[in-house]
Design a binder for this molecule. Structure first.
Ligand code: NAD
Ligand code: USQ
Length: 399
């Protein structure tokens, strides 16, 4: 397949691009490098020393013999450039990672809220509009989030995108009608809200223009390496640990490695869905190999393998590393405690063999953190972005 990977320089997009290239697909990375500029804005950087995109592409050619192509383009701003690229390349598939993906970053200020909404909804709409404009039947695979559902499920298992509903008919009619509807959205941040808006865009374009779209409702990624990124130091993946972009389990592993208390927000009763980065690249492959047909509704997969409670993760990391755990004020407006049950049968039925949270793997990630510990800026660790003016940053009192 010829595959365009939007956002292919990022944490998920880079290893996914390498994995697809390794399988022999013709991969074109499109990225505006905004994530690297956000590092500069925040004065933070990946714990791992990531190379320039040009050096990454050249290193991959040397070690694999496969040629990735890179196009610098802003998907949200340069609509004409995007249509021209798609019309020229006529890709079989397009994987869309190109959005601002950090919830805390999206809540930092009015400017960050507006940037996140503008960037994410324009990027998604431009992709869909451009495919119709160029008359293409390219299969779109989008990286969405489990966060569109909200996390309070009242004991029910979250279905894959669609909820069965039965509505009682009003008099004089009798009986009930059954139908499926998009699961009601309940976003927990401006970032998550943009993914809910994306869902409406997908539903509309699938219905009106028969675009073939798969939306992957992905859980929190943990881990760093994949088989491909390990092949050469210059291919190393990014590892975010700062209070805006670092995700919870990778943060705990890094905090353990540098002797920083594990920053559990609130009571740590939040339960979330997780998936290892190696499973993420496999899931993207599986989704690409199983497209919907023209005229089908949007195909939605829950891309997660396990759920974990934040305080359990902290206790597990503390047990293997000797780190201390500290309950800090929760800077987010979220439920203090929740249960989460998720259906992920589609990927399992299609052959995904989940990488489960094992101590060996945790140690592997902690080793990455320890190896690059001298690059950590401790001041960047606390989550300082607050959801409402009444809330406090998540700074440990012991620091
Ligand atoms: P990332 O920030 O590391 O990568 C996103 C990439 O997209 C960056 O390289 C950035 O420069 C690029 N980009 C952003 N806006 C763009 C634009 N307008 N034009 C061109 N390029 C643009 O994020 P990630 O962790 O790789 O996440 C990728 C996708 O997966 C996101 O959409 C995110 O919502 C989703 N996701 C991520 C996680 C996670 O834990 N990292 C979990 C669930 C879902
Ligand atoms: N948390 C802590 N301590 C920390 C950091 C986070 O207790 O030091 C808590 C948060 O309060 C939250 C939970 O851990 O309850 C998860 O936070 P996170 O930053 O790991 O994940 P989240 O903000 O949900 O976002 C990440 C990705 C996002 C993706 C989402 C998937 O950044 O792109 O969409 O995971 S999901 O959670 O399924 O919505």
């Amino acid at each position: 397949m010829k595959i365009v990977v939007l956002g292919g320089d990022g944490f998920c997009g880079w290893p996914a691009s390498l994995h697809l290239s390794d399988l022999g697909h013709d991969v074109i990375i499109v990225d505006n490098l905004s994530r690297r500029r956000i590092d500069e804005e925040l004065g933070a950087s990946s714990l791992t020393p990531i190379r320039s995109i040009e050096e990454r592409v050249e290193a991959w050619r040397e070690v694999s013999g496969h040629q990735l192509r890179f196009v610098e383009l802003d998907v949200a701003q340069d609509y004409d450039g995007l249509v021209a690229l798609l019309a020229d390349e006529r890709p079989d598939s397009l994987v869309h990672f190109a959005e601002q993906r950090a919830a805390p970053y999206s809540m930092k200020s009015p400017g960050h809220k507006r940037y996140t909404v503008d960037n994410n909804t324009n990027a998604t709409h431009n992709v869909l509009c451009a495919l119709v404009d160029a008359g293409l039947d390219t299969h779109v695979v989008h990286l969405g989030t489990m966060g569109v559902y909200g996390y309070g499920t009242a004991g029910m298992k979250i279905p894959e995108g669609y909820l069965d509903v039965e509505v009682r008919l009003d008099e004089p009619a009798e009986g009930t009608v059954s139908q499926q509807m998009l699961y009601p959205t309940n976003p927990g941040s401006i970032y998550h809200l943009t993914k809910c808006l994306d869902q409406q865009l997908f539903a509309y374009y699938a219905k009106n223009d028969a675009l073939r779209i798969t939306d992957l409702h992905q859980g929190i990624i943990w881990g760093t390496h994949t088989d491909q990124t390990l092949r050469d130091e210059r291919l190393v993946n990014r590892f975010d640990y700062d209070g805006d972009y670092g995700t919870v389990l990778n943060r705990f592993l890094m905090q353990a490695a540098v002797g920083y208390p594990l920053t559990v927000h609130g009571t740590g009763g939040q339960t979330r869905a997780f998936i290892h980065i190696r499973d993420m690249v496999r899931c993207v492959q599986i989704a690409l190999e199983n497209p919907p047909s023209r005229g089908d509704r949007v195909k939605i997969f829950n891309q997660m393998t396990q759920t974990h409670r934040v305080r359990d993760l902290a206790e597990l990391v503390a047990r293997i590393s000797g780190a201390t755990v500290e309950l800090v004020p929760n800077p987010r407006h979220e439920a203090a405690e929740n249960d989460l049950h998720v259906s992920n049968d589609t990927f399992l039925d299609l052959g995904l063999e989940p990488t489960l949270l094992e101590e060996g793997l945790l140690v592997e990630v902690e080793d990455v953190a320890r190896r690059y510990a001298d690059r950590v800026d401790l001041d960047k660790i606390p989550c300082t972005s607050v959801w409402t003016k009444e809330q406090q940053p998540g700074v440990p009192v012991s620091r």
